[in-house]
Design a protein around this ligand. Sequence first.
Ligand SMILES: [Fe+2]
Ligand SMILES: [Fe+2]
Length: 191
Amino acid sequence: MNENDLKLVRAIEDDERYEHTLGCVATAEKLAQRYGEDVDMAKTAACYHDITRRMDRKSQLKILKKYGIIVDRSEATGPALLHAVTAAALAEHDYGLSPEIVSAIRWHTTGKPNMSKLDKIIWLADYIEPGRDFRGVDDVRNVAYDDLDKAMIIALTRSVDHLKKLGNAVCPKTAETLKYLLDTQKDHTLE
Ligand SMILES: [Fe+2]
Ligand SMILES: [Fe+2]
């Protein structure tokens, strides 16, 4: 990631979103250092992860059509999930970023089973960057530098509980991600 990447994103994002992006870049850098991940890849993924977050739905659907991307119904409904798909598409096709970075952007909202270390770092950086301020975020911050999986389990459990309490549907991919992480933790304790 260099100045040009930041400039490009700065030209697209509003002040609030850009500040969030900078927070993610800084957090992704620290997490990458902590876990021996490629720091530049982590910063680049964080830089581009929300590039389509404020894009209108019509333009997002155009991106899907242009690149022949099919999304399932749960992802196509709201901008909250759609932007991860379209940002990943632009990262791949317009900005020529590596498959590892594209994957981290693609899964930064819902997660997925069997995520790479970089996927998890970007997912968590998005969740705990310094601008985030909601109940429970410090619990995740406290664990994020000790155990990526545990931090994700705390965050995902909180998200799923929160959605259920509101009577909202839980994205199937998010539920699958949590289940996968819980199952792999169980396997470790059995070893
Ligand atoms: Fe996002
Ligand atoms: Fe984000």
